[in-house]
Design a binder for this molecule. Sequence first.
Ligand code: ATP
Ligand code: MG
Length: 249
Amino acid sequence: MLDLHNVHKRFGRLAAVAGVSLRVEAGEIVGLIGPNGSGKSTLLSTIAGAYCPDDGEILLDDQPIGGLAPDQIFARGLARSYQDPSLFFRMSALDNALLPARGQRGEKARHAPFRSRWWGQERAHVAEAAAILSDLKLEARAQTPASDLSGGQMKLLEIGRTLMGEPRLLLLDEPTAGVAPSLAYTIFEEIERMRAAHGLSFLIVEHRLEILFDFVDRLYVMHLGQVIAEGKPAEIEQNARVREVYFGA
Ligand SMILES: Nc1ncnc2c1ncn2[C@@H]1O[C@H](COP(=O)(O)OP(=O)(O)OP(=O)(O)O)[C@@H](O)[C@H]1O
Ligand SMILES: [Mg+2]
């Protein structure tokens, strides 16, 4: 589904991503780990279109997407969440969940003044968003400003609401950062449930290896902008180079 060949992203003289090749098959949950500053977030941002790759090829369903704008990539079924929750904090949880819906008629100036043109679609979107909040056990928080949610609830909302855009592949940057341990596990259970219910694929950056290793099919390990290992959790745990750079052993 996602195929990277020799992708580079430089900031001035710093090669943040220095020739990464990786793939995510349909229905897979793939982990991406590595020490701080190894280029994981930069890689996700490059795949999602926030940065244009300096070199290499990014294919989604065999079509090149490198250099497309983020909204064009989103329209092809690739959504992401951020290391720091990127919600609109003064808007309610429900309104935040409504944002990613595609093709909202009321956003068009020529339709907006005529309620009858968008009312039905808006109601359908609200029903869909409410169902997502309910799956996340956030229905009681629907009208709560996002700023008043717990850290874990913010992460759940940010991940869950991507479903409004009907994605097929999700890139998640540290879905459990700043979340209490018990809820961190719940977030990964939710990720697994989303895969089963919607047939999604995932590429997940995560520092909590003890949780990540329970849920991923495969992992890539980055160090200094490059992939230094790839394999199943048990293989990665045993990899001498990974232990050296990542676990310091
Ligand atoms: N916008 C930017 N401009 C300049 N340098 C950047 C920029 N973003 C990241 N970097 C640098 O690129 C390198 C990789 O950063 P990146 O955020 O991708 O690492 P990471 O693996 O996500 O780290 P962490 O685990 O701490 O989140 C770092 O040296 C970082 O300082
Ligand atoms: Mg990062």
